[in-house]
Design a protein around this ligand. Structure first.
Ligand SMILES: C[S@@+](CC[C@H](N)C(=O)[O-])C[C@H]1O[C@@H](n2cnc3c(N)ncnc32)[C@H](O)[C@@H]1O
Length: 320
């Protein structure tokens, strides 16, 4: 380990030790190890987006600033703000659904399908609770068309239902299937698979993840993720778009899963630039395994590039 990394690891005593295995896995993948480690050790400011189904941006911002909020608008998403000075969770604007408190990276999957959503008739959010992306998808659909928000965990559907009501979402039905059992009666224009994952991209929000981090954990998720991406893809109409995302940095839960889909189905990845936001092309190989070259059109988000959590997102088109 380089001297500067060790120094950076020793600075803040309350922050858990970054496991050697974690660094062995990720240091070779990043452009700047010191920046990467430094960002992991820097807590993430809260962020929110103004909900256009309930509120107008400038008026909402004015109100929050009167409560003492110090807000920084995101260049890449004018509805989104980084918030310091107050906890946006505890504001009346949040209770009333004028804003939705959400990590910035979590806003990317709906954004990369923004164009499709403006004209989509039928959309599936396959792993939906608590509804951060569902409420954003519904807003991008302008509450039109039909959105199915699926969540197998009944307890978690309660928070989903609450968030839909709070945010004034009217075009959405909740279903309670394991996605693998979801009926194949209809074909969707857009499917979101925001997969359950090891969440090791969220260290800045939940540093304790590091205390129990094991690289083997990704393998357990990978098996489910491959089944979920396959089922999500099967539910698409020809020409439809699947958005796959995780808040994990692990290639096992990201590139490996996407590569599996490309090898087995008529699927094409589309690179989805987000102006003013730095996306990194996904890996073309990992631990001796070479992926299909198109896999690099998927996007990695490293925490030190945009001052966010780590994330992975890709838009995949089904052949006609
Ligand atoms: C990363 S969370 C989704 C977060 C959500 N999309 C949001 O933005 O608020 C993953 C979700 O997948 C659900 N899940 C787990 N296994 C599933 C399965 N077999 N089919 C569908 N969803 C599943 C989990 O219960 C969890 O709510």
């Amino acid at each position: 380990m380089s001297k500067s990394i060790s120094k950076s690891l020793g600075d803040k005593s309350e922050f858990p030790k970054i496991p050697d295995e974690f660094l062995e896995r990720y240091a070779p993948l990043v452009d700047d190890v010191d920046e990467f480690v430094g960002s992991l050790r820097t807590p993430l400011a809260k962020a929110f987006r103004v909900n256009p189904l309930r509120a107008e941006v400038e008026a909402t911002i004015e109100k929050l600033e009167r409560h003492g909020a110090k807000l920084k608008r995101c260049e890449w998403y004018p509805d989104a703000f980084v918030c310091e000075g107050i906890d946006p969770n505890s504001t009346m604007e949040n209770f009333l659904g004028l804003i939705y408190v959400q990590e910035l990276t979590s806003m990317l999957p709906p954004l990369v399908a923004r164009e499709e959503l403006t004209s989509a008739g039928l959309v599936l959010d396959a792993c939906a609770a608590p509804g951060s992306k569902t409420t954003q998808i519904a807003a991008l659909m302008r509450n039109e068309g039909a959105l199915v928000a699926n969540e197998p965990n009944f307890g978690r559907t309660r928070s989903l239902k609450h968030n839909l009501a709070r945010c004034g979402v009217l075009n959405t039905t909740i279903t309670n299937f394991d996605l693998l059992q979801f009926p194949k009666d209809v074909e969707f224009d857009v499917v979101f698979v925001d997969a359950p994952c090891s969440s090791d991209g969220t260290v800045r929000k939940s540093p304790n993840i590091l205390r129990t981090w094991r690289k083997e954990r990704s393998l357990k998720y990978m098996n489910l993720q491959k089944q979920l991406i396959r089922k999500g893809f099967e539910l698409l109409r020809p020409g439809g778009a699947l958005v796959y995302s995780t808040c994990s940095l692990s290639p096992i839960e990201n590139e490996v899963v996407v590569d599996f889909l490309l090898r087995n189905f008529d699927a094409n990845i589309e690179w989805t630039p987000v102006p003013h936001f730095q996306l990194t092309p996904a890996l073309t190989e990992f631990e001796g395994v070479t992926f299909r070259p198109e896999v690099m059109r998927a996007a990695r988000i490293w925490p030190h590039h945009n001052d966010t959590n780590g994330f992975f997102v890709t838009k995949i088109r089904k052949g006609l």
